[in-house]
Design a protein around this ligand. Structure first.
Ligand code: UGA
Length: 430
């Protein structure tokens, strides 16, 4: 760099050979040197970025970006056979999140009544993946193939639609959980926003376009104080990033319905529980901890207020999902273009009778025959809301939805399953 430093900044003060060739050569040499210098700086930055920056550390939100193997004639044959419709009026459904709690139950119910079902799941490790594998095994036994892949993988989704002209998509793949959103916000954006958009992009170009039913959440009501929560109530005060991504999903659904004529139905689930449930949910880890003799934290609202949930049993939710699929009208677009107005719906699927969390614990104590060690703590600022309560008149009217399982009955079924699956609670859930 010395020669650069020695060159006066003011041209003309330096006596030199001004032949065009000399000028050209000096400029050329200095450009090459500059180029070499900046290239080194650039390479240095790249090195620092990849080897030193925190983003190169394992990031849980990226766990579902790993590559999966799919394709080939044998794979396509399994896909086709799983999605094969066995009754005259049956439908062929792609169920995303099929190894999840609701996904497994819905897939099994569809298969039982003769519909074609193909599952898709990325088997991420948000909670114990062995539970997801066990659900997968259950589905395999009833003839449902669960493809291992991510909803962000456009090539895979396109391939699935090439192999099977699905009439419906039941979209249940999501990053769930209210509190975890503070730990890993990007996983919510990745699954609930980017993944959903990717799926809708593929659906809008599919021929025929499928009708889509998807899982929204009671959490969209956020800090709403008007009870029971009605679909007409405001949903612009989310209390967690999870809720915000589900609300964003509802707006995104509106856009794809409006532009491309996709038929879209969002279902706002209210704290779904039952056998094969999610270990990150309170009823599940309370059971695990009560059996282990470990203390549980029971949240209390402001001014010692009651924290309550409209806990909804899985079988009731499954009926609601099937009702939504059966009443979904066809999408109207083709070739990626809208041809007419399409159906756009949103429904509450709750139980309509909120139960305080303290009562949930009392029921579990009775069923497990173990006294819980309760720590009553003030509800942390973690995205939780004090209560939920669904108005289900819309779902009743349009989907024939009618929940029939109270919390006591539902938890009894859950506890029986839990004790069987985890060997009487000896093999503790993780
Ligand atoms: O209804 C919904 O849409 C949501 O229902 C649940 O969210 P949540 O109702 O918060 O369910 P849990 O996490 O199982 O909590 C149930 C109740 O237990 C309370 N809780 C939770 C954890 C804890 O340690 N102690 C405690 O008292 C919570 O405040 C809440 O009132 C699911 O986790 C969400 O994925 C779903 O979208």
């Amino acid at each position: 760099m010395k020669h650069l430093d020695e060159t006066p900044s003011t041209p003309g003060k330096f006596k030199m050979d001004k032949s065009p060739y000399f000028l050209h050569r000096t400029r050329w040499q200095s450009s090459v040197a500059k180029l070499a210098f900046w290239s080194l700086v650039f390479v240095g930055f790249i090195f620092i970025f990849f080897y030193r920056s925190p983003s190169s550390l394992p990031d849980p939100s990226r766990r579902s970006l790993r590559t999966y193997s799919w394709g080939g004639p044998a794979w396509e044959k399994r896909v086709r056979s799983s999605a094969h419709v066995r009754t005259r009026r049956g439908v062929s459904v792609l169920v995303t999140g099929a190894a999840g709690f609701v996904g497994t139950h819905v897939s099994a119910a569809l298969k039982r009544r003769g519909d074609g079902v193909l599952g898709l799941d990325n088997f991420n490790d948000y909670y114990d993946p062995s539970l997801k594998r066990a659900r997968q095994a259950l589905l395999e036994r009833s003839g449902v193939f669960v493809v291992e892949g991510d909803i962000n993988d456009a090539a895979l989704l396109k391939k699935l639609f090439e192999v099977v002209p699905f009439t419906h998509v039941m979209h249940l793949a999501a990053q769930a959980g209210v509190r975890y959103a503070m730990e890993n916000p990007s996983s919510y954006v990745h699954s609930n926003i980017a993944g959903f958009v990717n799926l809708l992009e593929v659906c809008k170009s599919a021929n025929p376009q499928p009708a889509i039913v998807w899982a929204s959440s009671s959490s969209v009501y956020g800090l709403n104080t008007k009870v029971p929560f009605s679909e007409k109530d405001r949903t612009d005060q989310p209390a967690s990033l999870y809720a915000a991504t589900k609300k964003a999903g509802e707006e995104i659904a509106h856009t794809y319905n409006h532009i491309y004529g996709l038929s879209l139905t969002g279902l706002r689930f209210f704290t779904v529980y039952g056998p094969w449930g999610r270990p990150d949910m309170a009823y599940f880890f309370f059971t695990r901890d009560i059996l282990k003799g470990k203390a549980i934290s029971v949240f209390q609202g402001a001014n010692h207020g009651t924290v309550a949930r409209d806990f909804t049993y899985i079988d009731d939710i499954v009926k609601g999902c099937l009702g939504a699929l059966d009443t979904a009208e066809k999408s109207t677009g083709s070739g990626g273009k809208k041809r007419g107005a399409a159906q756009l719906r949103v429904f509450n699927l709750g139980n309509t009778s909120p139960v305080p969390v303290t009562d949930l614990v009392t029921i579990l104590e009775r069923l497990l025959k173990v006294k819980a060690k309760r720590n009553i703590v003030k509800m942390p600022r973690n995205g939780d809301v004090p209560f939920t309560h669904a108005n289900i008149s819309s779902a009743q009217r349009e989907l024939g939805y009618k929940p029939t399982t109270d919390l006591q009955t539902g938890l009894k079924k859950f506890a029986r399953w839990y004790l069987g699956y985890y060997n009487g609670g000896k093999k503790a859930a993780s």
